[in-house]
Design a protein around this ligand. Sequence first.
Ligand code: NAD
Ligand code: MN
Length: 353
Amino acid sequence: PLLQERGLIAGDGIGREVVPAGRRALEALPASVGLKFDFVNLDAGFETFERTGAALPNVTLETLKTECDGALFGAVGSPTHAVKGYSSPIVALRKKLSLYANVRPVKTVRSNPRRIDMVIVRENTEDLYVKEERTFDAEDGSGKVAEAIKRITERASFRIASMAGEIAVRRHKVRQASGAGSAREPTVTITHKSNVLSQTDGLFRTTANVALANYPVTVEEQIVDSMVYKLFRQPETYDVIVAPNLYGDLLSDGAAALVGSLGLVPSANVGDSFVMGEPCHGSAPDIMGQNIANPVATLRSTALMLEFMNEEEAAAKLYTAIDANLEEGKILSPDLGGKAKTDEVVEDILKRL
Ligand code: NAD
Ligand code: MN
């Protein structure tokens, strides 16, 4: 069997309770899938910063770069007040590991009357998040002015739209194989605001269209403000959505609200040769240490990581076990109205593997 090294970055708060669940799931995969993993625990986050002075220690980054081909990231907390020298390690990790796509599936289980099953593919490296800001005094003496660069490149737009195309094709294959919803055409919705930002979003829009012409998918466009409206009114209609960084950030957090709990929604940070699974939630200080955090977001992130390593059979097994637990609805964590502890939810899901 193939031996793969995985970095485990638990971080702060409930990150330390849910990342071990992801590891257990990888260890519990049936031998038939032929995967075997080695794990290395790595530090990052606010507690690490307070202890060592670095939120993302060099050894964490170097180990990921030289020894690992994937990772699971829990969550990191950040102080409510600005602390000198602290900045979020997740943003640094995305940049340093060239994880240029943030992929976020949002899906309800089959018994839910609302059949939501979409993936938001967010560009992860540019747009306003290049953080090139400046503040200066207005020439007319009316006070301060602050401005920021919104940078869109053809290269990053092409790359992210191509990934959206690949994902739409893959999802369509899975739907057809399972016989579920095979009537649905693979569709990618390009989101932008090029009616106002004709150059930046205009470049994103044009380039995304060029990239998607290479895929057997239906391409639609939606201006981002009406996208928000439609996303909340008719979430069932979306398949794959591709967006520049800022819109993708907002849409993906908003879409997570459609399925009931932050504790359900996974994500993956994807580059050409590395993938890092990461639940969408934060460190949840209000429930940490009580063994009641919902592990599903992290388990789904683990499956998503497998999917992007082209271990689709293993990913499908894990998704199926998670869905079976949710469908049955007996062993659920408190955020879903249940009484089960984190460990009990994990046990129930692993049993189904
Ligand atoms: P949060 O996601 O930590 O929590 C929001 C609410 O959802 C809380 O009531 C929490 O108890 C609940 N919740 C979240 N995950 C849950 C789970 N798995 N099971 C059950 N309930 C869950 O967001 P927040 O409270 O705004 O932020 C807390 C800290 O996390 C902050 O320091 C913030 O900066 C950080 N944060 C980190 C990330 C990340 O690491 N990627 C993302 C968001 C927030
Ligand atoms: Mn966000």
